[in-house]
Design a protein around this ligand. Structure first.
Ligand SMILES: Nc1ccn([C@@H]2O[C@H](COP(=O)(O)OP(=O)(O)OP(=O)(O)O)[C@@H](O)[C@H]2O)c(=O)n1
Ligand SMILES: C[C@](O)(CO)[C@H](O)COP(=O)(O)O
Length: 246
């Protein structure tokens, strides 16, 4: 099904990690004896439909990334490590400019989401062939409030219509290129890739991801991350839940 569609993945890892308040890039923090970014790349390396992975890193971390992540963990599908930009969107754009000429399908993923499952990646690729553009996400569990600048609640959207967008966000190459170029022309900055496509009026499908696919953002996420890696199998078995593996 995907054989004729060369699949490229852009992994954005060039952020400042401000909310993590750590001295090092959060993607280089070790969880369960491996850097976060290595956990992330491993999932894409494992997916047989992925042809190339482009890592976007801060300029002064490119060499570290190549040596301590790509070479050390022997990621064969990583074709390039390119430099990032000021905003996530600038970093992803640099990744888009570095795509292999054979690329047809583009998946964009946060380096800080190490718990993506191979199934989410496969569903994303399949989603592109069905819908043209899709985003992995999950229905929110909390009730969401829209507030104004004074924190006065303005409205409460119906929860059944609210999903949290995760990554990968997946597109035909020509669609995402057009969206990024239009955003650049219009000086528009979005908080995810899908927003850039949505504003062109192109339909984007939300597909079910997993509640485990968290973005490591603040220090408490590390506690969740560590425990998910270490204890999940034990916790699930103890309660007779089905453990589907990492
Ligand atoms: N200029 C940027 C900003 C973000 N990212 C990447 O985009 C992903 C999602 O961003 P976020 O979690 O917000 O990371 P940071 O921007 O590093 O976090 P913070 O806002 O706390 O500094 C991360 O994997 C991050 O490395 C990037 O490649 N280039
Ligand atoms: C792309 C993203 O991970 C989807 O949830 C998110 O929007 C990134 O936002 P951030 O501001 O860079 O954390």
């Amino acid at each position: 099904m995907y054989e004729n569609n060369f699949v490229s993945v852009i992994v954005a890892a060039a952020g400042m990690s401000n909310r993590m308040r750590s001295r090092i890039n959060k993607q280089f923090i070790f969880i369960d004896n491996k850097p976060v970014l290595a956990h992330t790349l491993e999932k894409f390396e494992m997916c047989k439909y992925v042809d190339e992975i482009i890592v976007v890193a801060k300029e002064d971390e490119i060499d570290y990334c190549k040596k301590e992540i790509v070479k050390k963990y022997d990621f064969k599908k990583v074709s390039k490590v390119v430099k990032g930009g000021k905003e996530r969107q600038d970093s992803v754009y640099n990744g888009l400019l570095a795509l292999d000429e054979k690329c047809k399908i583009v998946l964009i993923h946060d380096g800080a989401r190490p718990f993506v499952k191979v199934k989410n990646i496969e569903d994303g690729i399949s989603g592109v062939t069905k819908y043209g553009a899709c985003v992995v996400g999950a229905p929110v569990k909390d009730t969401i409030k829209v507030v104004d600048d004074n924190n006065d609640i303005k409205n409460t959207p119906h929860r059944s219509q609210i999903w949290a967008a995760q990554t990968p966000q997946c597109f035909w190459r020509h669609i995402i290129m057009q969206a990024y170029k239009a955003a650049l022309d219009d000086n528009f900055t979005g908080t995810d890739d899908s927003m850039l496509v949505e504003r062109l009026g192109v339909p984007v499908k939300m597909i079910m991801g997993s509640y485990e696919n968290i973005k490591i953002t603040t220090p408490d996420d590390l506690i969740v991350a560590e425990s998910m890696l270490k204890d999940k199998e034990i916790i699930f078995k103890k309660r007779n839940f089905v453990f589907q593996g990492r």
